[in-house]
Design a binder for this molecule. Sequence first.
Ligand code: HSE
Length: 400
Amino acid sequence: MVNVAVLGYGTVGSGIVEVIKENQDMVNQKAAAEIDVKYILDLRDFPGDKYEHLVVHDYEQILSDDSVDIICEAMGGVEPAYTFSKNALLKGKSVCTSNKELVAVHGPELLEIARQHNCSYLFEASVGGGIPIIRPINSSLTPEKIEAVTGILNGTTNYILTKMEKEGSDYEAVLKEAQEKGYAERNPEADIEGYDACRKIAILSSLAYGSTVNYEEVYTEGITKISTKDFKYMKELGATIKLLGMSKAEGGSCYAMVAPFVLFPSHPLYSVSDVFNGILVRGNMLGDTMYYGRGAGKLPTASAVVSDVIECARNIGRSVPCFWNPEKQALSDAADVKRRFFVRVSETDKAKIEDAFGSVEVIDAGLTDETGFITEVMCEKEYKEKAAQLTVVSMLRIEE
Ligand code: HSE
C-alpha cells in the first residue's frame, strides 16, 4: 500500500482524488502498488462531499504519519506550500506538485533535499497542464543538447486570444469564462500579464539547459494591449497572435522572453488554439519535437500530478533523477535578437514611415486613422531607434 495525502482540495486537488479513484485499477497496476488517498488537507470542511471523511486541517497529522509516502501539493503560491513541501521531503516523503510558482522559485533547492533524503520532487503538472513535457525533457531528450524551447504555455490567455480572434469577443467576458472553467489563476493578473508563462519558460529552460534560469530576469509582456484592431490586421495577413514563452541557447549563453508574437500558418504553433498549449523543443541531433494538449483545467492537470504519483510509487526509497543544476544561467539580452516587427503608427503617410524604417510592407485593414506595416529584419535596439521617429500605437514581434 502506498498512501497519498493531497494538500489543497480546490480545482486541482479534487481532480487528483477523482483521477486516482476513477482510474484506481489502472493506477494501481501501473504503480505496481495499491495507491490510497489517506488524507486531504484543507482549511475548509466539505460537508456532503464523497471524501469529506478524509479531510483534515492540521498538516502535522500528515507529516507525523509514517505510513504517508507521497504528498500531492495542489495549494498554489509559495507559502505555506514551500514549508510543507520541504518538511515532507526532509522526512523522506516524495512530493508531486502542480505549483509552478514554487518550482520556479525553489525548484533546485527542493530537488536537492529530495536527493539527500532518497525521495522525489516531481512537477510534471507545473508546465503545460496535462501535456507530458517535464518527463520527456528529463528522460527522453537526455542525449540532446537542447537549443531552443518555444511554447504557448498559458491556457487562459490562449483561450482569450482565440475567442477575440474567432468571435470578436469582449476581453472581460472571455476572461470570466476561463475563470469559470477553472483555467485561470486565483489572481488572473498572473495569466494576462504573462507572469505564469514566465515561470513556466523559466522551469523548462532550467531543465533544458541544465542550470537555473531566474524567472525574475526573463523579459515579460502580457496580452493586455492586444485589441480587436490587431486582429483586423492579422486577418488581412493570414496570421494570428499568440503569447509565447521562448528561450534559445546560442554560443554559450541563453536568452528568454515572454511576449505576444505574430505567427504565420507555417509556424507549428499557429494552430494551437483555445485552452490548448503547444511546446516546441529543438535538440541538436533530433531537431524539432512538439508537445500538444490541454494546458489547464482540473482533470488534465490532475492527471499529470497522478502520473508523478505513479512514478514516485515505482521509486519508493529512491530519488527520481532530475537534471537541474542550482547554478545560475546568465541570460543575454533578448533585444539583440534579429526579427521582423508588426507595427501600427498614427501616421498615414507611407513616405514618412519609410523615411524612418526604410522599405516596409503596408497592410490594409480598412483603418483610416493609422497605418499597420511589417518591417525588414532588425534587432530591437534598431527597431526602437527607428520607431522613435514616429507615433507608435503598438508593436508585435514576428516569430518566423
Ligand atoms: N492559469 C494557468 C493557465 C493554469 O491558464 O495555463 C495552468 O498552469
